[in-house]
Write a protein that binds this ligand. Structure first.
Ligand code: SAM
Length: 218
């Protein structure tokens, strides 16, 4: 991957990271492409798209969540957003879960290569995590995992009472879909607190971060 293009994308997005972190993101991208030739980890294989749609999108999330909290990434696949998050916030404890073993093997490989501390990649269905990690996480996130309702239903038992859930989504939904989502979340005792919209660099599409909290904490 071309570091000049990645730097341009990060600066176009208004984000700032160190040279060391740029190099680590490039290592992640190169390993992703290499492993993807043998095992199917991502449908995105082009360098520019990996930079914008995987790396920069995850960096927007990392920038949004602030400092040191315990994060759970549900259905993290090849490690989005968990791996870029660990690269730019190395001190942050992150647990990344996926139901597919080869994806978790890849994430562990990256964690070893980049010498991550406080990073656990677990081959487990999130439903099973409730037995060991109830009410443990300050932030629970997911991208391209499920509907908002399923995300909140599966994540809720794992969330610390003062925690928040952040769904990484595409463009803001139309009013009708939004109202339906709000009703479904209210039935689970949760509420949408904020929707943070942003554009990926070079007109590559709109995205949103949906901040959700238990009604009693809102
Ligand atoms: C479309 S991928 C998204 C991967 C990554 N978050 C991204 O945005 O590139 C959805 C992932 O969710 C995982 N998944 C589906 N159901 C799951 C469950 N119940 N528990 C854990 N992971 C699950 C799948 O194995 C898959 O890797």
């Amino acid at each position: 991957m071309n570091s000049v293009f990645l730097r341009k994308c990060i600066s176009e997005a208004g984000l700032e990271i160190t040279e060391y972190q740029i190099e680590a993101l490039i290592t992640f991208a190169e390993e992703l492409k290499k492993w993807n030739q043998k095992i199917n980890l991502t449908a995105i294989t082009n360098d520019d798209e990996i930079a914008i749609k995987h790396l920069v999108d995850a960096l927007f999330f990392a920038n949004f969540i602030g400092t040191c909290e315990t994060v759970l990434d549900i259905g993290s696949g090849a490690g989005i957003p968990s791996i870029p998050l660990k690269i730019v916030k190395p001190e942050m404890p992150v647990v990344s879960v996926d139901a597919v073993a080869k994806k978790i093997h890849f994430q562990r490989h990256i964690a070893r290569l980049l010498k991550f501390d406080h990073f656990e990649a677990l081959h487990v269905r999130v439903e099973e995590l409730q037995k060991t990690s109830a009410n443990s996480f300050d932030v629970i996130t997911s991208r391209a995992f499920s509907s908002l309702e399923t995300f909140v239903r599966l994540g809720a038992p794992l969330l610390h009472e003062s925690g928040r859930m952040i769904a990484m989504k595409g463009p803001i939904a139309d009013k009708e879909t939004q109202l339906k989502d709000e009703e479904l979340l209210a039935d689970l005792g949760f509420k949408i607190i904020d929707v943070h919209s942003y554009s990926l660099p070079f007109n590559s599409g709109k995205r949103s971060l949906i901040l959700i909290k238990p009604c009693k904490a809102a």
